[in-house]
Design a protein around this ligand. Structure first.
Ligand code: AP5
Length: 216
């Protein structure tokens, strides 16, 4: 099963991917998570990426294309993959097409999770994250113990790019650079729209209804 989870910042891509990766047993490849791991580890890539991420801007295409090219070669992608946060620009989409042709794993479905801007801002400003990868929301999915991750006991924090001014910048960049990919994939007949405004469980069910026929 070869999938892209597409949608604006805060649409719920990471939340859904966590369950989908277990359900379908395919790796979840989040470029945001890969970049944040590099920032935490202080790698050269992380130091460079942080400058862009903290301002809500996109990290340059050539960096992301290299990351994805390497990641898709790993053996855990042999039965499929779930990309989250990539592609975000036309050059990234064109590069992906070429990479996937070379490894003979063409995209089957692009799930476009749709949520209005007002709700995206509420979701991102209330999000609290743990370095283990868990994510919570102060109202919609609160941690049992305030400030503490229920999965690992780590301290929850607010991502620098979840401040409202940065969120607005991310949404502008999404509209200008990433939204055109909706037409790009629609024209290829592989785009499926998902209403992302329901509960996490409702959205998960909608996605499963779309993906189950692709299960091998
Ligand atoms: P990235 O980490 O990819 O961020 P994003 O796409 O902006 O997505 P988010 O993680 O913010 O949101 P999400 O859709 O995963 O929502 P979530 O499930 O957490 O990228 C970060 C940065 O890295 C970029 O700005 C850029 O700088 C750089 N970058 C990454 N990839 C790049 C690329 N390809 N090219 C260039 N630069 C790149 O949910 C959000 C909140 O809502 C949570 O609190 C959650 O609990 C809550 N929630 C989820 N679902 C629901 C629901 N159904 N109802 C109510 N609340 C919900």
């Amino acid at each position: 099963m070869n999938i892209v989870l597409f949608g604006p910042p805060g649409a719920g891509k990471g939340t859904q991917a966590k369950e989908l990766t277990k359900h379908y047993n395919i790796p979840h490849i989040s470029t945001g998570d890969i970049l944040r791991a590099n920032v935490r580890e202080g790698t050269n890539l992380g130091i460079k990426a942080k400058e862009y991420m903290d301002k809500g801007e996109l990290v340059p295409d050539e960096v992301l294309i290299g990351i994805i090219r390497d990641r898709l070669q790993l053996s855990d992608c042999k039965d499929g993959y779930m990309l989250d946060g990539y592609p975000r620009t036309l050059p990234q989409a064109e590069a992906l097409k070429e990479i996937l042709e070379n490894i003979n794993k063409p995209l089957e479905v692009v799930l476009n999770i749709d949520v209005p801007d007002k709700e995206l801002i509420d979701r991102l400003s209330g999000r609290r994250t743990c370095s283990c990868g868990e994510s919570y929301h102060l109202m919609f999915n609160p941690p049992l113990d305030e400030g503490t991750c229920g999965a690992c006991g780590g301290k929850l924090y607010q991502r620098d790019d979840d401040r409202e001014d940065v969120v607005r910048q991310r949404l502008e960049i999404y509209a200008a650079k990433t939204m055109p990919l909706i037409d790009y994939y629609n024209n290829r007949g592989i785009l499926v729209n998902i209403d992302g405004t329901g509960s996490v469980e409702d959205v998960f069910k909608q996605i499963r209804d779309v993906l189950d026929p692709y299960r091998k």
